[in-house]
Design a binder for this molecule. Sequence first.
Ligand code: NAP
Length: 248
Amino acid sequence: MTNNVVVITGGSRGIGRAAALAAAKRGWRVVIGYATNKKAADEVVATIEASNGKALAVKCDVGEERDILALFKAADGFGTLGALVNNAGIVGQTARVEDLTADRINHMLRVNVTGSFLCAREAVKRMSTKHGGKGGVIVNISSVAATLGSANTYVDYAASKGAIDTFTTGLSNEVAAEGIRVVGIRPGLIDTDIHASGGEPDRHHRLAKTVPMQRVGTADEIANAIVWLLSDEASYVAGMTMNVSGGR
Ligand code: NAP
């Protein structure tokens, strides 16, 4: 791998952390973004370095364009960019649509949608053969919520992930001929801290019975799909979003 730097937003915890560890094992030099939790981000870097991998943690709130520019600037100093995992994402507190404020909806879209667009923009500028790059891969982390709608919970979140699915289709069609594969993953109910952020830490366990496989998934199970999509084994996979959801 010569273009072997991968940028993973929200790489300090949960799915992003698992993806960072899995990517490092496969030889990627990993640049992880984190929002606030420097301690968690430093732990990911230390874990990777302990196995002789290379990693760098950069504070990057994807709701802030200047943070995104700083993240990619730091990545430029780490090697040649070959991949982006648009993983950072948030949910709000459980609420019905009639109780949502404009501020909440705008913040959700700013982090989950605008952040992913701007990170992809920076990645395309560096990886597209049209701009002298060597090609690469962009993996957008969506959610099965995009297809289910998350009624009575967080329709704003679900709609933000619906936008991500459309973004994956459109961006792929735009850059596939320039050496960039754009793909997506829709995780199902995964055992991470995100459910606590929505005010219900056990939500995924409560809903496990609605999963055809009758269990929640692990962050590692999503990470395995991510690193496969990043690899040459997925060299003819583009423009699609894959459910990794136990059949849900
Ligand atoms: P998580 O455990 O809550 O971890 C969130 C990660 O994103 C942390 O590294 C956090 O950084 C970072 N982050 C939060 N807000 C950010 C912001 N504004 N800018 C940049 N980074 C930010 O979440 P997760 O469950 O791993 O979710 C990762 C992705 O998978 C999200 O896009 C989520 O929507 C999607 N997903 C998750 C599930 C699930 O069941 N877990 C299901 C479907 C889809 P700090 O450590 O600094 O806070």
